[in-house]
Design a binder for this molecule. Structure first.
Ligand SMILES: [Zn+2]
Ligand SMILES: [Zn+2]
Ligand SMILES: [Zn+2]
Ligand SMILES: [Zn+2]
Ligand SMILES: [Zn+2]
Length: 243
């Protein structure tokens, strides 16, 4: 559900407008990075993820069947809290289960159980026993896994890549208007096209689904950033593949 303009309790002085951004932004609600759909106050440079702008008062999650998560504008108590999905600190908006003390970032709570590009399917798991494509470790945070079960990627590892990339990206693209132009120029057409080309090249042979899943990493990244429909711009994508 999208509205063009909303009022939000965290920014009562102005209305927030719906906008689509291919440039990453910092969400002023959950304090995490975002991309794609956002609600913005142009006057104050105040941004919210869609999930943070239009939260659900309470949610259930399939991984924690006994839990009821309440939306809170700040983490409860004084001790540091971390997200059960991505292991990162929680410093802003959060879904919290009072009886177990579990916490989820709003965007982590709303991560799709299946990322489906029509050709590649990645499934969200609470724990996988095989090692992560990036860090080589098992267990740890939630993971996306390919159907063949050979490709695994921790949600935590995607977030770590993002933090590194974000700093590097800001370092090399200090000027905002400049970076806008550069991003537009190097923007990849779409993940879908990438995959289709991949298919065409390997005609006659059935590509292993884990190899294809490797190409879908950008898909996971945009989901973690709060909007799985976003196609990550080329510049950022390149940083990612180097990471
Ligand atoms: Zn947010
Ligand atoms: Zn404002
Ligand atoms: Zn609980
Ligand atoms: Zn999280
Ligand atoms: Zn990992």
């Amino acid at each position: 559900m999208k509205y063009n303009e909303i009022s939000h309790f965290s920014h009562p002085q102005h209305k927030l407008k719906f906008e689509y951004s291919e440039i990453p932004f910092n969400c002023d609600g959950c304090k995490e990075v975002g991309i794609g759909s956002r609600y913005k106050c142009a006057t104050c440079d105040f941004d919210l993820h869609m999930h943070c702008a239009i939260p659900t008062p309470s949610i259930f999650h399939p991984f924690y069947t006994k839990c009821s998560f309440q939306f809170l504008s700040r983490p409860p108590g004084d001790s540091p809290r971390f997200c059960n999905a991505c292991e990162k600190d929680i410093t802003g908006f959060v879904y919290h289960c009072k009886s177990c003390g579990f916490d989820l970032h709003p965007c982590c709570a709303k991560l799709p159980m299946v990322l489906d590009d029509g050709e590649v399917k990645l499934y969200l798991y609470r724990k996988v026993s095989s090692s992560c494509h990036r860090c080589g470790r098992q267990g740890r945070s939630w993971s996306y896994r390919s159907k063949c079960k050979e490709y695994n990627l921790h949600v935590a590892c995607v977030k770590e890549m993002l933090v590194e990339t974000w700093h590097e990206f800001l370092g090399s693209h200090g000027n905002k208007s400049n970076s806008n132009r550069k991003l537009e120029m190097t923007r990849i057409p779409s993940l879908k096209n990438t995959l289709q080309n991949h298919h065409r090249r390997s005609k006659g042979k059935v590509k292993k689904c884990c190899e294809m899943a490797g190409l879908a990493v950008q898909f996971v990244i945009s989901a973690v950033l709060g909007d799985p429909t976003t196609l990550i711009a080329g510049v950022i994508g390149n940083f990612m593949s180097r990471a």
